[in-house]
Design a protein around this ligand. Structure first.
Ligand SMILES: [Zn+2]
Length: 305
């Protein structure tokens, strides 16, 4: 059985799966710039971060690939011709190369420290435009081909599953999930919700579940929201979905383009919240922006005892 087969079987059986914590914010906290994702600039730091999450007890680790898409580079230029004319060489292929490198670093970390435990690697993919602005999303036909391009690179690089995260519209979730399934990949979908537990488009968790169910996501989660909103979103989600659900909130405040760390939720307090999520029925629990390996260790130790 593959690493993810083991995890998936546990998930289906109702066991708790621990997801890792913040990646981009943890890079910042370690005094590295977020620019270039550091997958090629500081590979040792990124591999080390994945290793720390595995040692902390994460069953699933996520690649450092937030918004690595061709569009992220192209959007700085008038069009493709302008990018070719004035951009750095090979910019058109940069996203794919960095995606593959991000997967490679996660695989190396697992080989180094998983020590026989089943640890799955989730390729992290988010919205193609800014993740809190579903109104900026490209038309569905563009979304379809761009997601397909990303998923094919992820599959080729050898991820165990896709974590389609920080999504807040049903269309983006459906198109992304479909692309993952077409690339032969299992997929978890993570939604951002507002304080009422609805998506930013006004769509509900019921709308989302209805659209996603035929595409068989292995888990649906709430992510990148403060713990209180996570509780509300999780409650809405559990009310409409019988399959595996989960939650991984952020801690602190978004301070564009970086993150403002707060001490509102030290590991023991996050564990307290997580105990409630587990009782409510969450089967996947981890952390988003601002969470650290210490938070994940507290969850893995506290929730599994
Ligand atoms: Zn986040």
């Amino acid at each position: 059985m593959s690493n993810y087969d083991v995890i998936r079987e546990r998930l289906e059986a109702g066991e708790l799966i621990i997801l890792d914590g913040g990646i981009g914010t943890e890079i910042l906290r370690r005094n590295l710039s977020w620019a270039d994702h550091q997958v090629t600039g500081s590979p040792d730091a990124i591999r080390g971060l994945h290793e720390d999450y595995i040692r902390a007890g994460a069953d699933v680790i996520t690649t450092n690939s937030f918004q690595l898409a061709r569009r992220s580079f192209l959007s700085h230029f008038r069009d493709e011709a302008h990018m070719r004319q004035v951009g750095a060489a090979e910019l058109g292929a940069r996203a794919a190369e960095m995606l593959a490198a991000s997967v490679e670093l996660a695989k190396e970390a697992r080989a180094n420290v998983a020590a026989g435990r089943s640890v799955a690697i989730a390729g992290a993919v988010t919205t193609l435009e800014w993740c809190f602005r579903p109104d900026l999303a490209p038309p569905a036909h563009e979304m379809r081909s761009e997601y397909r391009e990303i998923m094919d690179v992820m599959a080729e690089a050898g991820v165990d599953l896709i974590l389609l995260e920080t999504v807040n519209s049903v269309t983006e979730a459906t198109v992304g999930l479909e692309a993952a399934r077409q690339a032969g990949l299992r997929c978890w979908v993570g939604f951002v919700c507002d304080e009422r537990g609805a998506l930013f488009t006004g769509e509900t968790m019921a709308d989302a579940e209805k659209a996603l169910a035929p595409l068989e996501p292995d888990a649906v989660l709430v992510n990148c929201v403060p713990p209180d909103d996570a509780t509300t979103g999780l409650r809405e989600l559990l009310a409409v979905r019988s399959g595996p659900c989960g939650v991984y909130p952020h801690i602190g405040r978004f301070d564009p383009p970086e993150w403002f760390f707060t001490d509102e939720y030290p590991p023991p307090r996050l564990l307290e919240e997580a105990r409630r999520w587990r009782e409510m029925g969450a089967r996947v629990i981890g952390g988003c922006c601002g969470t650290t390996p210490d938070h994940i260790r507290a969850l893995a130790t506290g929730l599994n005892s």
